[in-house]
Write a protein that binds this ligand. Structure first.
Ligand code: NAD
Ligand code: UFG
Length: 328
């Protein structure tokens, strides 16, 4: 299939392009490079040995999207393009609602007009809010604490409504847990601008000496050691989950958690990182971060049963590959 990958030069998108090509598909990337670099296109080509078509476009621009759909025979869309910083979304809610909602609407509209019936959407575990772990797809969603989370809840709703009125369309809503790690080549990975918000890139930058120490946000949660528990998933497993999803789209809406089903605390992750890479990560416990929940991990039975997909890579591989990328 020929797949339009929006946000394809970003962290998860670039790994998914590699996995799609390795599975025999071809990709067209649409990205405005607001949070990624043009060089990623040639790196994907270097890793896979295949040519990639790239459009530097904003996917909220209807005319630019129409041009891509009219020029190419597209079999499916994987929609990664979006803004993802929780803190920034609180400061700039309109930017987030505009970017993340318009892009979803414009792309689905184009799919209907051009008869493209496969659509995979990047949702997030954040839509579960403060439910009891493990999170299951059938749970009633609880309110999220920020505009970013709401754009995911609203996008899921928009896509569900659109499918209701367009029964030929097939949509997969993939709820990611915490993607970490990098491609084994060390050529693509997560390279946030400025000081990282997320745990793993912060840890790798401390290990490298770019930052003096890790701040652990709270040690009095009701968890194994008091620190926050998350379901870390290797980004290549996540990428492979997208290949499986786009290949298996059927009419209607289907929702899947993409995680490992295992919870890891902040201190457990730090310890595993230190042992896996034989390097020290100094840390200090500070107060909780506003809006954080104690525990977030997936029930992964549905993806295994219905898609035949499971995450294969363990936390040691995630720590090694993250460090390999940081060093490179
Ligand atoms: P990323 O920032 O690395 O990638 C997103 C890409 O989209 C970037 O290359 C950016 O330039 C592009 N982009 C943003 N707005 C655009 C627009 N209007 N037009 C064209 N391109 C645009 O982020 P990521 O971590 O790869 O995340 C991909 C998707 O997965 C996002 O929708 C994100 O919300 C979702 N997600 C990420 C995580 C995570 O922890 N990384 C967790 C859950 C869900
Ligand atoms: N943490 C620290 N210190 C840091 C960064 C994080 O102690 O410097 C802790 C957090 O308190 C949390 C855990 O590490 O307990 C993971 O935090 P991240 O910021 O890496 O990830 P979150 O689970 O908070 O959020 C991520 C994405 C969201 C997405 C969510 C889905 O950033 O966009 O996963 O589960 F919605």
């Amino acid at each position: 299939m020929q797949i339009l990958v929006t946000g394809g030069t970003g962290y998860i998108g670039s790994h998914t392009c590699v996995s799609l090509i390795e599975a025999g598909h071809s990709v067209i990337i649409a990205d405005n490079l607001s949070n990624s670099r043009y060089e990623v296109v040639s790196i994907i080509e270097q890793i896979t040995g295949q040519r990639v078509i790239f459009y530097e476009v904003d996917v909220t621009e209807e005319a630019a999207i129409a041009e891509i759909f009219s020029k190419h025979k597209i079999d499916g869309v994987i929609h990664f393009a979006g803004l993802k910083s929780v803190g920034e979304s609180v400061e700039k809610p309109l930017l987030y609602y505009k970017n993340n909602l318009l892009s979803t609407m414009i792309l689905t509209d184009a799919c209907i007009k051009y008869g493209v019936n496969r659509f995979v959407f990047s949702s997030s575990a954040t839509v579960y809010g403060e439910n009891d772990v493990p999170f299951e797809e059938s749970m009633t969603l609880k309110p999220t604490t920020n505009p970013y989370g709401e754009t995911k809840v609203m996008s899921e709703r928009i896509l569900t409504d659109v499918v209701q009125s367009n029964p030929e369309l097939g949509v997969m809503l993939l709820r990611y847990f915490n993607p970490v790690g990098a491609h084994e080549s060390g050529l693509i990975g997560e390279a946030p601008n400025g000081i990282p918000n997320n745990l793993m890139p912060f840890v790798t930058q401390v290990a490298k000496g770019k930052l003096p120490k890790l701040h652990v946000f709270g040690d009095n949660y009701p968890t194994v050691d008091g620190t926050g528990v998350r379901d870390y998933i290797h980004v290549v497993d996540l990428a492979e989950g997208h290949v499986t999803a786009i290949e298996q789209v059927t009419r209607g809406v289907r929702i899947y958690n993409l995680g490992t089903g295992r919870g890891t605390s902040v201190l457990e992750l730090v310890k595993t990182f230190e042992e896996a890479n034989n390097i020290e990560v100094p840390y200090e416990i500070i107060e909780r971060r506003l809006g954080d929940i104690a525990s977030c991990y997936a029930n992964v039975k549905k993806a295994k049963k219905e898609l035949g997909w499971v995450a294969k890579r363990d936390l040691i591989a995630m720590c090694k590959d993250s460090w390999h990328f940081e060093k490179k």
